[in-house]
Design a protein around this ligand. Structure first.
Ligand code: ASP
Length: 347
C-alpha cells in the first residue's frame, strides 16, 4: 500500500459485536459502526476509518442477496478511494457470507470480516480486539490480493476453510483442513501462507432472483422421503451432506437419482473436515454409486459452503456442465486453473 495512512471503510451489519442488552434483557444488535469504532481509540493509529451502516441484524437474518449487495458496496467504496474494507457481522453465518464474498469480490483491496463471541456488555468482550486486528490486517500490504479474509481471535483464516466450531468460545473459528494462514502478534500482521487459487463469480442479481437451494443432512435410517418434496417447494438445487466420505442409505438412492435428473445435486460430507471420496466404496449409496448417477462431488466444501456456491451459480444461470466444473476446481485445490466466470450482467 503506497498511502502511508490507508483509508478503510467499515461496513457494520450487526451481530454480537454490535450487541448490548435490549429491553427484553437479551443482547440485541443496536450499536452502530461509529459506536464500534469509538470503542477502539487505537484504530486511529492505523488508518483513516469511516463506518457505513449496511445492516443492523443478527447474522441469521442476512441473505445471499445481502452479500451480493455487500460486494457491490465494497466495489463502490474501493472505486471511491478506499484501500481496504472491513465487514463486522454476527458469527453464526460468518463462514457462509465470507465464502460468498470471497467468490464475489475480486479486487486487490482486502475485505476483512470479523465479529465477536462476547457482546459489548460482557466482561472480556472480544469485539474491540477483533476489530483492531481486522484493521491491522486490512491495512497490511501482506493482505493485498488475498480478497476476503476472516480475522478472529488474532488469527487470519481463508473463508473457504473457516467454520464456527463452538457455541461460545472466542476461539470458535477453525480451519480444520488447512489451518489459519496467518496471525497477529503485538500489532504485527503475519501472512504465512497464500491460497493456491483465487476464484471469481461475477454475479449481479436482484434480491428476488437468488436461486433457492436446499441443504439436507443424511442421518441414520434416512429414507429419502424429504427429497421427493423438494421440486414442488420451489428449490432449484440440492446439497446433500452424506455420512463419512459421502454416503447415503440405499433407500435414499432412487429418490436422489430421480432428483439429479431434474436439478443439480451436490454431494458433501457431514463430517466437517476432509475431502469427499471419489472411488473408494462401491455399495449402493456409496460415493461411487452416487457420482455415477449424476450427483456432483463437492470436493472439500462442506454443506453450507457448497450450498452458497450452487446458489450463486444457479443465480447466474450456470448450466450443469459449468456447475460441475466450478465444484471440480473450487472444491479441489490444484485440480485446475482458477474458476473465473462472469454471468450475464455480472461484473
Ligand atoms: N447470533 C449472533 C449473530 O450471529 C452471534 C454472534 O454474533 O456471535 O448475529
Amino acid at each position: 500500500m503506497t498511502n502511508p495512512r490507508p483509508r478503510i471503510v467499515v461496513f457494520s451489519t450487526g451481530g454480537t459485536i454490535a450487541s448490548v442488552r435490549g429491553d427484553g434483557g437479551g443482547a440485541e444488535p443496536r450499536l452502530t459502526g461509529e459506536e464500534l469504532l469509538s470503542a477502539v481509540p487505537a484504530l486511529d493509529t492505523i488508518a483513516d476509518i469511516t463506518a457505513v451502516r449496511f445492516r443492523q441484524v443478527a447474522s441469521q437474518e442476512l441473505t445471499l442477496a445481502d452479500v451480493i449487495a455487500l460486494a457491490a458496496a465494497i466495489d463502490r467504496a474501493v472505486a471511491a478511494g478506499a484501500d481496504a474494507t472491513i465487514v463486522t457481522q454476527g458469527t453464526d453465518t460468518l463462514e457462509e457470507t465470507a465464502f460468498a464474498l470471497s467468490l464475489l469480490w475480486n479486487g486487490d483491496a482486502p475485505a476483512v470480516m470479523t465479529g465477536a463471541m462476547r457482546n459489548a456488555a460482557l466482561p472480556g468482550a472480544d469485539g474491540p480486539a477483533n476489530l483492531l486486528a481486522a484493521a491491522l490486517v486490512a491495512a497490511s500490504p501482506a493482505a493485498r490480493g488475498l480478497g476476503a479474509l476472516v480475522v478472529f481471535n488474532d488469527e487470519v483464516h481463508l473463508p473457504v476453510f473457516v467454520r464456527k466450531s463452538h457455541t461460545t468460545n472466542p476461539a470458535t473459528f477453525r480451519s480444520h483442513l488447512a489451518g489459519p494462514i496467518g496471525w497477529i502478534v503485538e500489532n504485527r500482521v503475519r501472512i504465512a501462507l497464500r491460497p493456491a487459487a483465487r476464484h471469481h463469480l461475477g454475479i449481479a442479481a436482484p434480491p428476488d432472483a437468488v436461486a433457492p437451494v436446499a441443504l439436507l443432512k443424511v442421518t441414520l435410517g434416512e429414507d429419502g422421503r424429504l427429497l421427493e418434496a423438494l421440486p414442488e417447494r420451489g428449490f432449484r438445487g440440492l446439497v446433500i451432506e452424506g455420512t463419512g466420505g459421502g454416503h447415503v442409505p440405499s433407500a435414499a438412492v432412487a429418490p436422489l437419482a430421480r432428483l439429479a435428473r431434474i436439478m443439480p445435486v451436490v454431494l458433501t460430507s457431514r463430517t466437517g473436515a476432509g475431502e469427499l471420496l471419489r472411488h473408494t466404496y462401491g455399495f449402493p449409496g456409496s460415493e461411487i454409486d452416487l457420482l455415477r448417477r449424476g450427483v456432483i462431488g463437492g470436493g472439500m466444501l462442506d454443506g453450507p459452503k457448497a450450498r452458497i456456491l450452487l446458489s450463486l451459480l444457479l443465480t447466474g444461470k450456470a448450466d450443469i456442465g459449468l456447475i460441475a466444473k466450478a465444484f471440480a476446481t473450487i472444491g479441489s485445490p490444484n485440480d485446475g486453473p482458477p474458476f473465473i466466470w462472469r454471468a450475464e450482467g455480472g461484473v
